[in-house]
Ligand binder design. Structure first.
Ligand SMILES: Nc1ncnc2c1ncn2[C@@H]1O[C@H](COP(=O)(O)OP(=O)(O)OP(=O)(O)O)[C@@H](O)[C@H]1O
Length: 279
């Protein structure tokens, strides 16, 4: 049984179609990347998967049940959402923002307990950002806020995460740290669906990729098979190649850089051997 399934879903804003008969399914423990150009419908698709936008046609199933049939609070214990942009109205401490992840587990009158705080601190530790815990959320950088929101999602106790461009605004080190963290959590059985603008990130960590263009799925499956020169050119109208570096490792190379790399010794017609691009 699939954990999450988009079955032929269509959606439009005010009658303007954005998603057009989109179908794919996601297994538990997958790390799924949604790839596509600006405005192709990635955020819209993530919101329909969460049941935040009611579809015009088709249906979204979570654990074989229509997503719209879940009580929101119950769903929040199972699925965490990290939006692309989050504005805070008050200068809460970062720790308080992470603690908000515990709300779906609390009764109306109950307050946070020691266990909640421990879970919040553990989530901050996991992402290496405990030093931010006492800082006002409104006075940390956009990338730091993004990490705090991911910590909040972890603290929520959900096992499925929907993340809208989580690597955006993160410095290179934090991108690597985040992707490593997601890959290791998916190895533990957590499921991630995230949009991204980085095909290389898909090759690094994803187990499945869905390519979206103008609201249509143009390719879907294992990154190795789907992140190809033809698909990337079609998706982005950009000249890019995908080079095999090792038996199980590929990178994307803009065609403009090809001539520079081809000057290296050891190059063959099908791409460089590892030594040729080292250094
Ligand atoms: N609330 C809205 N009302 C009307 N149109 C919207 C709304 N939100 C998004 N759109 C439009 O729907 C289309 C898809 O938007 P969406 O945000 O899903 O794209 P995206 O792939 O996530 O883009 P990006 O990569 O730039 O974040 C775009 O044409 C956008 O202008």
């Amino acid at each position: 049984m699939a954990l999450l399934e988009a079955k032929n879903i269509s959606f439009g804003y005010g009658g303007r179609p954005v998603l057009d008969h989109v179908s794919f399914s996601i297994e538990k423990g997958s790390l799924v990347s949604l790839l596509g150009p600006n405005g192709c419908g990635k955020t819209t698709l993530l919101k329909t998967l969460l049941g935040l936008l009611p579809v015009d046609g088709g249906e979204v199933l979570f654990e074989d049940r229509p997503i719209c049939s879940y009580d929101r609070r119950d769903l929040a214990r199972r699925v965490a959402y990290v939006p692309q942009i989050h504005k805070a109205a008050f200068a809460y401490r970062a720790l308080d923002v992470v603690l908000m992840g515990r709300l779906p587990h609390k009764g109306f009158w109950s307050s946070y307990q020691r266990r909640d705080e421990r879970l919040a601190l553990e989530a901050l530790d996991k992402l290496g950002i405990r030093h931010l815990s006492q800082r006002p959320y409104t006075a940390i950088s956009g990338g730091e806020r993004q990490m705090v929101l991911i910590a909040r999602a972890l603290c929520q106790g959900a096992h499925t995460f929907i993340l809208d461009e989580p690597a955006n605004g993160l410095d290179y080190g934090n991108q690597i740290k985040l992707l490593d963290q997601l890959a290791s959590l998916s190895g533990e059985g957590y499921t991630f669906v995230m949009s991204t603008h980085f095909p290389d990130h898909v090759l690094w960590v994803a187990s499945q990729v869905v390519m979206l263009r103008d609201g249509n799925v143009v390719a879907e499956g294992a990154p190795d098979a789907v992140v190809t020169r033809q698909n990337l050119c079609h998706l982005y109208q950009a000249e890019v190649e995908v080079w095999q570096l090792l038996e199980n490792f590929k990178i994307c190379v803009p065609q403009r850089l090809r001539s520079r790399l081809c000057d290296c010794e050891g190059h063959d017609m099908h791409g460089p051997v590892l030594g040729a691009v080292r250094g």
